[in-house]
Design a protein around this ligand. Structure first.
Ligand SMILES: [Zn+2]
Ligand SMILES: [Zn+2]
Length: 144
């Protein structure tokens, strides 16, 4: 058998349960206005996964979806309002918020959209102005 890891996640109240399997494609922090405004926090700790790595195991009917743009379909629990994950169809990846999968060891590698930051973080990781070049961004690195 494979040693593929599975991590359990849930919304704030636990009505929605899900698993993510394997390893994330990327982990880091996003400082963009959309992440800050929707999360009501200063920064979003993201982990990006192949969409089929994410499986809802309970409470599918409780999941609400909102999309302001076609880039991000934001999912939350309609019972507690807790955020779960966002699908990014253009990127072909799903952002499972690191905070909702506590078993996953969060190993951030990059900060994105740092030009919009409201919380400077001096952790020595690269601070991208927007997105990496391979994801359609400028790839420009800013000062911490
Ligand atoms: Zn909930
Ligand atoms: Zn963002």
């Amino acid at each position: 058998m494979s040693d593929t890891k599975t991590y359990n996640g849930s919304c704030f109240c636990g009505a929605v349960q899900f698993t993510v399997t394997g390893e994330p494609a990327a982990m880091g922090y996003c400082h963009c206005e959309s992440c800050r405004h929707w999360s009501a926090g200063p920064v979003n700790a993201f982990s990006l996964w192949q969409p089929d790595a994410v499986k809802v195991t309970q409470g599918e009917d409780k999941i609400g979806t909102y999309h302001k743009t076609p880039n991000s379909y934001r999912k939350w629990c309609q019972s507690c309002g807790g955020h779960i994950f966002s699908e990014h169809p253009g990127m072909g990846l799903t952002d499972v918020y690191a905070a909702v999968i506590p078993d996953l060891q969060f190993k951030p590698a990059v900060h994105v959209n740092y030009q919009e930051t409201r919380l400077r973080i001096k952790d020595g990781l690269p601070k991208l102005k927007d997105f990496p070049k391979e994801m359609g961004g400028s790839g420009v690195i800013l000062e911490e």
